[in-house]
Design a protein around this ligand. Sequence first.
Ligand code: SAM
Ligand code: SF4
Length: 363
Amino acid sequence: MKKIKEILAQTEFSKADLVCLLQAEREERQLLFEAAQARKVATVGKKVFFRGLVEFSNICAKDCLYCGIRKSNEKVLRYEATDDEILEACRFAWENRFGSVVLQSGELSSPAFVKRVDRLLQAIKKMSNKELGITLSCGEQTKETFQRWFESGAHRYLLRIESSTPDLYHKIHPQNELHAYEKRLDCLKLLKECGYQVGTGVMIGLPFQTDEDLAEDLLFLKNLDVDMVGMGPYIEHEDTPLYAYRSQLKTKQERFDLALKMVASLRLLMPDINIAAATALQAIDPVGREKALKIGANVIMPNLTPCDFRKEYQLYEDKPCLDEDAALCRNCLEARIELAGSEIGYGEWGDSKHFYRRQEVTK
Ligand code: SAM
Ligand code: SF4
């Protein structure tokens, strides 16, 4: 087996190399983190970009086996924030110079939903003199819908592949057309065709998942040539079918550690993309996101969802910041990011450098 030092000196990585990085312990783990940190500073710099997260509705037509707000979970009180509530959260982001917002929701494709998102995009652009950048994370849609939302002002889209291994994907989703792997993959390609900066990602530490699967995930992200990645630990939720497999899980601390190694390895594999420090990291370690920023991530998503709705957007147990208001959240983050040796890119969209490079190549 190759030594970590040898692997870290490379610029191309095989699946075996990546497995080796994911299994690094003690001094080798430290070397991986140091190399990723140096690569991050050299390519995307020390700036961290804020994306104010607005979870505007938990109504979902899908039944992903891991997700707390899946359609069949009858314990969840379903909500839809009003246009005013959403605009107010976006105004907070704009006035506090967050640069961008992420509008996230359960997956719906009704004409009314498509129209509503469209209207919101236009209203946010108008309210902010076109200054706020907007990322959408509203699940799988048709090309027409993606195109329409792009034209109304969304310029980034997050759609996690969840697991790039079709076998594992099938194990964590119901077996029907609504949850088809091929459709999700197709959507990622459509998003690129429409001109979005495209983000995807995976959950780490899923039941049945191996280190080889995770190495495949990293290579998948590279082959798809994505601009942004958000990936974090899988955390169980007791009202979901996957909870039955909790005895097979790694400990939360092990999943957390593996997630950090995934972030560091990805920074080496794709040096100029944007990588988000996932909120789920914070559910395991109070300074989990800051740890990820230190070793490779450069984007963070402070939660701006109106407090009353947060407890109904529980994707997994111990989801953080349930009752912290946005202003408090900002102050506490600012201090912690500075502690992690980074600075905040206030008022900047903080677009993916990789996206612009990709555009240059295809011109
Ligand atoms: N409905 C949209 C979708 O699925 O793309 C966007 C919202 S969905 C709640 C956002 C992400 O939450 C999913 O892509 C999934 O990776 C993550 N998620 C859901 N349940 C989770 C869990 N139990 N642990 C960690 N992440 C989870
Ligand atoms: Fe719905 Fe997204 Fe949760 Fe799946 S992950 S059930 S699509 S909100």
